[in-house]
Design a protein around this ligand. Structure first.
Ligand code: URA
Length: 244
């Protein structure tokens, strides 16, 4: 007989949430067991055979530390951030050939370039993506033409991007050129196309969008290349989301 455990215990043991909060995740329809959305907290899990995911991220049954992989990729434009694409488009997985089991932490739009973390550590991935940890993201936005000072203030105050919540970005730096402006911004949320929509809502055309920093990590790679994170970088990520 396999050792079955209750789903809330499984999630709590893997540091996803307390048992009570795990029950809430289940009632919010965010937990799947073997691909099927759970609706009641009573499900039992075989930690060896079953596949559990939260918000679409697979929770590993407990990989040994030596099997955990953490990568930084400098994503080029034209690749989508998904494990597999049904339309045979290029995905970020094509850029890490031979690295088994990793998946992207969060997403970047097809045309966005820059820092993407990839790992097989489901617990870390889940926490990095969870809005409550407010991981810092840094972007360089290249705009065609000039950006008005009054619009910079609007961006910092918050712009309506059509999803019922104002989007406020912290503007760190503005570099003006004759034909373009590079605006460096930071934000803590991971809303879909948030940076693009914020500038587009004010009528600007984005020429390039690059993520240069994430959760304390800084991009230091050529476009299209990847590297393993150092122990120090992994500890920084874990510390940032309360994993000791
Ligand atoms: N904001 C965007 O608009 N696109 C991204 O890819 C990331 C953040």
């Amino acid at each position: 007989m396999p050792d079955l455990i209750r789903i809330n215990k499984f999630l709590a043991q893997r540091g996803i949430a307390s048992r009570r909060k795990s029950d809430e995740l289940i009632s919010q329809g965010r937990v799947c067991l073997n691909g099927i959305k759970l609706s009641s907290p009573g499900a039992m899990v075989d930690p060896v055979k079953d596949t559990v995911s939260v918000d679409g991220v697979k929770i590993d049954a407990g990989l040994l530390p030596e099997h955990l992989t953490y990568l930084m990729l400098n994503k080029p434009a034209g690749y989508i951030t998904t494990l597999k694409d049904t339309h045979k488009r290029r995905t970020v997985m094509d850029l890490v050939p031979g690295v088994k089991g990793v998946f992207p932490v969060g997403r970047l739009d097809k045309d966005t370039t820059g820092l993407l973390i990839m790992t097989n550590d489901g617990r870390l991935c889940h926490r990095l993506m969870h809005p409550s940890f407010e991981m810092d993201r840094l972007y360089e936005v290249t705009i065609a033409g000039q950006v008005k000072a009054s619009d910079i203030s609007r961006i910092e105050r918050g712009v309506d991007i059509g999803d019922g919540k104002a989007s406020a970005l912290k503007v760190l730096d503005i570099i003006n050129d004759k034909f373009k402006t590079v605006v460096r911004v930071s934000l803590h949320e991971g809303r879909k196309r948030q940076v693009r929509k914020t500038f587009e809502a004010l009528g600007y055309k984005i020429k390039e969008l690059t993520r240069t920093g994430y959760a304390g990590l800084k991009l230091d790679l050529q476009t299209g290349s990847y590297r393993h994170l150092s122990e120090k970088e992994v500890s920084l990520l874990k510390k940032g989301v309360g994993i000791t």
